[in-house]
Write a protein that binds this ligand. Structure first.
Ligand SMILES: [Zn+2]
Length: 417
């Protein structure tokens, strides 16, 4: 890549074998290189979506404006029982398309038919940690455990861009015995665990009633709070829980847009989490409950909500917000640490002359003014997944995803046939 701007300076960047081998002023194309002329575009590290249910693109716009449990029980779960792997494949391909377009290169997925999701990520060229949700409060613990082991076996063949994990859905949908089993399996195989935690106040009330302790304490007691653990939400955590999460080295992924849309009644206490030393990332949550996968939107909302909740415009600044959205404050999420030689060749090129980026300091422009529309080129492991705004095969992905949504009775009248 030639003629790009990095920290305001013109630079070149060369990649080889998925790695950045040279970056800086004076780096020029060599004979045989495939050259992208950045045309003065801005080079930045890519975004990391720490929590989503990618295939729920198919559910976008279905059952909006309901509380969490009614939305799940009345709208989502009945249709999910009819899901086939091809639904998940095309729903995930569409999610990948949207994430690539808006600058996300890696995401943490929790969804049914995880091997189909992994296949979609592989075909889209992205990176992801994929895991099937585990639920056994219906008494089917044996089936759930067998399915979890089968899924891990199937995911073993995925490309190295894709990691397998375990995803107990939540403390209220998985039995204590199975949570302990999951903790043991994750430790034995050294694989990550994603779980929703303290999204609503009711979850905390129910946990106190059932177990006599708050959710993070309970999770710790069953062995599930470790550096391998990624906790989605953490809205209703108290000071003791934040200190425990930090001490155990677990990561919290905050999903501010989904939390606001579902009106969970609180805000993840980021200033307290930062002071306690908690590792923090940012997620969209599923496109059924956000409904966007443009992490720029979540980034802005995160910063604004934190300022508002703290009654302090300095509660978080643009630089720190960008670091969180790019995974720099949560190493377990798997972002490349920096744009430098020797690191994975994952980066974005932002459109030269975009008005949103043309004034003031870049971090503030990225967080407060920009949307994913400023992303022009997205590169993962040295492969351009979007180049000059074009993603190969994009039309087919949308058509096929719409076919799958229609099959499930989810497509709307205004869609092209
Ligand atoms: Zn979620």
């Amino acid at each position: 890549m030639t003629n790009a701007l990095l920290d305001g300076e013109p630079v070149g960047l060369r990649t080889q074998e998925k790695i950045i081998i040279e970056i800086g002023p004076g780096v020029r194309a060599q004979p045989g290189d495939d050259v992208i002329d950045a045309g003065g575009g801005i080079l930045v590290g890519p975004l990391i979506n720490g929590h989503t249910h990618a295939a729920m693109t198919l559910f976008r716009g279905y059952g909006d404006d309901l509380p969490l449990m009614r939305w799940l029980e009345e709208k989502i779960w009945p249709i999910e029982r009819r899901l086939e792997p091809e639904d998940v494949y095309w729903g995930t391909r569409l999610a990948c398309l949207e994430m690539i377009r808006s600058g996300t290169v890696r995401f943490w997925d929790m969804y049914w038919h995880a091997p189909a999701a992994a296949r979609a990520v592989a075909d889209a060229g992205m990176r992801a940690t994929v895991a099937a949700p585990l639920i056994d409060v219906d008494g089917r613990s044996e089936q759930m455990r067998a399915a979890a082991l089968d899924t891990l076996d199937e995911l073993a063949d995925a490309p190295d861009r894709i990691d397998a994990g375990l995803a107990p859905h939540a403390i209220y949908t998985v039995t204590e015995d199975s949570l302990r089993w999951i903790a043991k399996l994750a430790a034995e195989r050294d694989i990550p665990v994603q779980i929703h935690l303290s999204e609503t106040e009711q979850e905390v009330i129910d946990c106190l009633a059932a177990h006599g302790e708050r959710p993070a304490r309970y999770l710790d007691r069953v062995g599930l709070l470790s550096p391998r653990t990624v906790l989605a939400h953490g809205v209703w955590v108290d000071q003791d829980e934040l200190e425990l999460i930090a001490a155990r080295g677990a990561t919290v992924v905050t999903n501010p847009v989904a939390n606001l849309k579902l009106a969970v009644g609180g805000v993840f206490p980021y200033p307290q989490a930062r002071a306690a030393g908690v590792r923090v990332g940012l997620g969209t949550d599923g496109p059924g409950s956000n409904n966007s996968l443009d992490l720029f939107s979540d980034m802005k909302t995160f910063a604004l909500v934190q300022k508002h909740a703290a009654n302090d415009p300095a509660a978080i600044d643009a630089v720190e917000t960008w670091e969180i959205a790019t995974g720099q404050k949560a190493p377990a999420l798997g972002a490349a640490p920096a744009l430098e030689a020797g690191q994975p060749a994952d980066f974005l090129l932002l459109r030269a002359g975009a008005p949103e980026l043309s004034f003031g300091e870049l971090p503030a422009a990225l967080v407060y003014a920009a949307s994913g529309a400023v992303v022009e080129t997205t590169v993962v492991g040295g492969q351009p997944l979007m180049r000059d705004g074009v993603i190969d095969g994009a039309e087919e992905v949308l058509v096929r995803a719409l076919e799958r949504a229609r099959r499930l009775g989810l497509a709307h009248r205004s869609h092209p046939s």
